[in-house]
Each structure stands twice: as structure tokens, then as C-alpha cells.
Ligand binder design. Structure first.
Ligand SMILES: Cc1cc2nc3c(=O)[nH]c(=O)nc-3n(C[C@H](O)[C@H](O)[C@H](O)COP(=O)(O)OP(=O)(O)OC[C@H]3O[C@@H](n4cnc5c(N)ncnc54)[C@H](O)[C@@H]3O)c2cc1C
Length: 494
């Protein structure tokens, strides 16, 4: 930490912009690249001490260079009864991932990684060190107990922001459950997504299930030329056409996997309850009995058919808090890459209301995108702990440099795509709204940030007023999150 302070002082003296990374594996969001060309990368991966894992109070306190693999191994070697919540790939760090508002797979309280943090230590642009929450109370043993401390809590400024360099961060850990159960529900008709999502919101917000994993059995018709033809027409299939294909092929329109964590008997009771709920609310809903796993699961159990994560009715490592790198293979295949390798990946994840109607509306928007620009790959909805639906689009490029142009156009188009809307803060009185992405590679962050324009960009003005006050030389990650210091503001892309 003292060395970080020393670097900040030098950067201030010579007005050298720094771009801080923890493990720098932010692939799909620009990897380790900065927003401003010419930044010096401040790579913290050698600050890799695990300072504490507490299984009585269920938290970990780590430095930025600690990877998910490191933390997992540390816990396993000591047989501690806590779980980490990790993203798809385990290559990154709890600190870097959380500071980019990353998400994982287990229960709501843990899978929004920034929300699950519990206290930070931060080197500020002037070289001072600040601790958030109870950490501001000198010598307090309660640092990881209450992240707000007293008075305004600045921690949000360090997530997707450029107000400090985080040198320690605490995370809530899930107590190791006794068992895990996964079962599947399917519903017959396209519009059944609406009651399905409503029921899932209830189960999720009541703390009865982990992340619901959506899919469609209609994927089985991918090779059916007639079905492909209706999918390809503008607007896609009508609801009636879609339902007819489903009924003719004895398929259901949607399916969702429900994950339960806890004692085996309460998991099974909750599953019974979930089945009843769907039967009451969606005529024709089917339930498929899944598997119950005693925890800990064996390596052999994790090796079963789990490289195709959603939906699978098989264990998926991150659902067990086990970091892995398996989904590269899955994504490579999905991208249709001739050698089976993934060559480019950029996430576009607008947040939309958690309603079936909205999901169907966005599915049409994406489905109508010109082929060549947005290649239909994956629709996936994740429930964020803050209660918003999270609609996923993953776009692939290939090795040819020219492929970057369609990718770029797709991003601009996706981010700036307009639609009639009355969403508060977007458009006025039923004007046109942009999609609000939750996370983005540096090259698109200005475009994304500019969509958050309520009050003639009041949020941006607030951020940049603060930025100029606490970082007058603009040395900390200029442009990150669309926040530009005065010195470099001319570099804003929109
Ligand atoms: C196939 C695939 C699947 C993925 N799945 C997921 C997923 O399920 N969930 C998910 O969240 N992500 C996912 N990702 C994205 C990404 O790989 C992970 O989020 C990864 O953990 C981020 O890298 P990192 O932890 O090394 O963070 P870093 O790259 O170190 O940090 C991310 C950003 O945070 C800021 N930052 C980092 N450290 C500091 C610090 N100490 N102080 C101040 N600012 C800092 C920097 O701006 C940095 O660019 C996926 C990527 C791919 C390619």
C-alpha cells in the first residue's frame, strides 16, 4: 500500500495518468485496456495476500491480486465451511470483478459482487488512505460487519469509478450449504414467460432459490428449415406461429432451472412449493425432477456434462462456488469458429425490467438486428441482487481485422437503439429511450454513460465535479465509467 501511495505521488508530480487493474482479466469488457491511450498500467496482481477468511462471521478480506482460484484453494486447504461466489471464468479476482460490478451464480445476497462487498481500503488521488464502513473506526474489529459505517458512504464511487485505488476489500461469503438441489420447470406457450417470470421473481426475492437459469427447448428445432425461416423473417415468428411449432413438435416454449441451497429437507420442501406455484399459475407447466447433491461435491460429480452451462440439469462449477475455465470451449463452439476457439467477445448487457413482456420485447429488438452486425448467439437472463432483469447479448468477432467494424457498429447500434418508452429518466413523456447497459469495455463506456442523461446529464456533472475536486491532475483511470477529469475531458468519445 505504501508503494501504491508512492506511485500516486510521482504520478501527481508529473501528471502521469494511471490505469489500475487487479488481475487484468476483464475480458469481454476490454481486458486490461485503459480508457485513455498513454496511461501507465498500475498492475496490482502481486498484492496477493489473503488477509482473513472468517468462517464464524462468513467473510474474506483480500488484496487485489488474489484470484478466485487462490481464494478457493485457501478455503479448501483449510477445510473452511464457506463458499465463494465466482463468475463464469475463475481467472479474475474478487476485487477486480466486484469493482467492475461483476456477477456470479449462487444466492442473491452473494452474486452481485459489489453489493456483497463489506469494507474497502482505498488509496486516494492525493495519496491519502481511506477505509470505508467500520474500517474508518480506528482499530475496529467490526470492519467487515457493517459496510456503511456512519454518514455518507462513498464506496459506490470506487465501483466502475476512478476515485481511488482499492488495496483491500472484504466480501461476504455464503456458509457452505449441506446440500444443493436442481430441478427444472417448463411452460408450453411463448407468452407463458410472463407468469413464469412473475413466479420466479417471487421465489427469488423470497430467498427460496439461487439464480434461475433460463433456456428454451425450442433449440431442438435449430436444424428445422421451416422454423429457421420464421425465425429469420422481420419481427420473428408471431406468438401463434411459435406455439404451433412447439405443439407440433411436442416441445415447450421455455424452461428454467431452479437451484436450491440449504439443508436437503428444506431444499426439497422448497422445490415442492415451487412446483405447486408453477402448476397454479401456468396451465400445462411441467416439472422435471433433478438431482440432490450432498456438499461437498466430488471432483467426479463436477466433471459430469457441465461444459454447457445453461440450462443443463447437471452441476455447473460456479453454482457450487468452484472457479473454472471450462466455458471457453463452450463459447468457442457457439461462435462457430472453424478451429473451435473463441476469438473475440464483448458483452452487451442492458438492464431491463423483470417482466416477461419486457423480455419478449427485447428479444424481438435483438432478433431483428441485421445479421452480420448482431449475430444471434445467446439470450440469457440473470437476476441481479438489486432486483433488475439483466438481458444478455454476447457478440463475437473473428480474427479478421475487418470483423471489428461490424462489432463496433453492433455495439453502437445496440447501445443507441431506440424504442418508444416511458421508462423514468429515459426520453420524456413517451419519447425514445436507449438501452441502459450495466457494464462495458472502455471503448464504449462514453456511449453507454451518455445514455444515463436524466436531468440533462446531472449524474455526469456530479461525478465530474467530484472528480475535479479529489483528483485535480486527473491521474486515476481517466474516463473510466464515462467520468473524465477536466484535464482529459476533450478525449470523451461522445
Ligand atoms: C467467456 C467469459 C465469461 C465471463 N463471465 C463473467 C461472469 O459470469 N461474471 C462476470 O462478472 N464477469 C464475467 N466475465 C468478465 C470477466 O472475465 C470477469 O469479470 C473477470 O473477473 C474480470 O477480470 P478481473 O477480475 O481480473 O478484473 P480487473 O481486470 O483487474 O478489473 C476490472 C476493472 O476494475 C478496475 N479495477 C480493478 N482493480 C482495481 C483496483 N484495485 N482499484 C481501482 N480500480 C480497479 C479497472 O478499471 C479494471 O479494468 C466473463 C468474460 C468472458 C470472456
Amino acid at each position: 500500500m505504501e508503494q501504491v501511495q508512492g506511485i500516486v505521488r510521482i504520478a501527481n508530480r508529473y501528471k502521469i495518468p494511471l490505469f489500475t487493474i487487479s488481475t487484468g482479466k476483464n475480458f469481454a469488457y476490454g481486458g486490461p485496456s485503459p480508457n485513455l491511450r498513454g496511461c501507465v498500467t498500475l498492475d496490482l496482481k502481486r498484492m496477493n495476500r489473503i488477509l482473513e477468511v472468517n468462517e464464524d462471521r462468513n467473510f474474506a478480506l483480500v488484496e487485489p491480486g488474489v484470484t478466485y482460484f487462490d481464494l478457493y484453494r485457501y478455503i479448501q486447504e483449510r477445510d473452511l465451511k464457506v463458499w465463494i461466489d465466482c463468475p463464469d471464468p475463475g481467472w479474475g479476482s474478487p476485487v477486480g470483478n466486484a469493482l467492475d460490478h461483476g456477477v456470479g451464480y449462487t444466492m442473491q445476497a452473494f452474486r452481485d459482487h459489489f453489493s456483497a462487498h463489506c469494507g474497502m481500503e482505498v488509496v486516494l488521488a492525493n495519496g491519502e488512505v481511506l477505509r470505508t464502513g467500520m474500517g474508518a473506526l480506528p482499530g475496529a474489529g467490526s470492519w467487515q460487519e457493517y459496510k456503511h459505517g456512519f454518514g455518507p458512504d462513498p464506496s459506490g464511487l470506487f465501483g466502475q469509478g476512478n476515485f481511488g485505488i482499492v488495496t483491500k476489500m472484504g466480501f461476504r461469503l455464503m456458509p457452505q450449504p449441506e446440500a444443493y438441489y436442481i430441478g427444472k420447470i417448463s411452460v408450453p406457450k411463448r407468452l407463458d414467460l410472463i407468469p413464469m417470470v412473475k413466479a420466479l421473481n417471487y421465489l427469488s426475492d423470497s430467498g427460496l432459490i439461487g439464480e434461475p437459469l433460463f433456456g428454451t427447448p425450442m433449440n431442438a428445432l435449430r436444424g428445422n428449415a421451416d422454423f429457421r425461416a420464421v425465425l429469420a423473417k422481420p419481427g420473428g415468428p408471431t406468438d401463434t406461429e411459435f406455439d404451433r411449432f412447439a405443439a407440433d413438435n411436442n416441445l415447450h416454449a421455455w424452461e428454467v432451472e431452479l437451484q436450491f441451497y440449504g439443508p436437503e429437507r428444506t431444499n426439497l420442501a422448497n422445490w415442492e412449493y415451487a412446483k405447486d406455484l408453477f402448476r397454479q399459475r401456468v396451465p400445462g407447466a411441467r416439472a422435471y425432477e433433478g438431482k440432490s447433491f450432498r456438499i461437498p461435491v466430488s471432483r467426479e460429480q463436477l466433471l459430469v456434462k457441465n461444459e454447457m452451462p445453461y440450462p443443463s440439469s447437471a452441476p455447473y462449477d460456479p453454482a457450487f462456488g468452484v472457479p473454472n475455465l471450462k466455458n471457453w470451449r463452450y463459447l468457442g463452439r457457439a461462435a462457430g469458429s472453424p478451429d473451435g476457439k473463441l476469438t473475440g467477445d464483448a458483452g452487451f448487457y442492458p438492464i431491463i425490467p423483470r417482466q416477461g413482456q419486457e423480455i419478449l420485447k427485447f428479444q424481438r429488438i435483438f432478433g431483428d438486428a441485421p445479421p452480420g452486425h448482431l449475430s444471434a448467439h445467446e439470450y440469457r437472463r440473470r437476476n441481479r441482487a438489486d432486483g433488475r432483469a439483466h438481458y444478455t447479448r454476447v457478440i463475437f468477432s473473428n480474427r479478421l481485422p475487418d470483423a471489428r467494424i461490424p462489432l463496433h457498429l453492433a455495439f453502437r447500434q445496440g447501445t443507441q437503439r431506440t424504442r418508444p418508452s416511458r421508462i423514468a429518466g429515459h426520453g420524456r413523456g413517451g419519447g425514445r429511450a436507449r438501452l441502459g447497459d450495466y457494464r462495458s469495455p472502455p471503448v464504449y463506456q462514453d456511449i453507454v454513460a451518455s445514455a444515463y442523461s436524466f436531468g440533462e446529464h446531472a449524474l455526469r456533472r456530479f461525478h465530474e465535479t467530484l472528480k475535479d475536486a479529489v483528483d485535480p491532475n486527473g491521474i486515476l483511470s481517466p474516463g473510466r465509467g464515462g467520468v473524465w477529469p477536466a484535464l482529459h475531458r476533450k478525449h470523451r468519445r461522445v
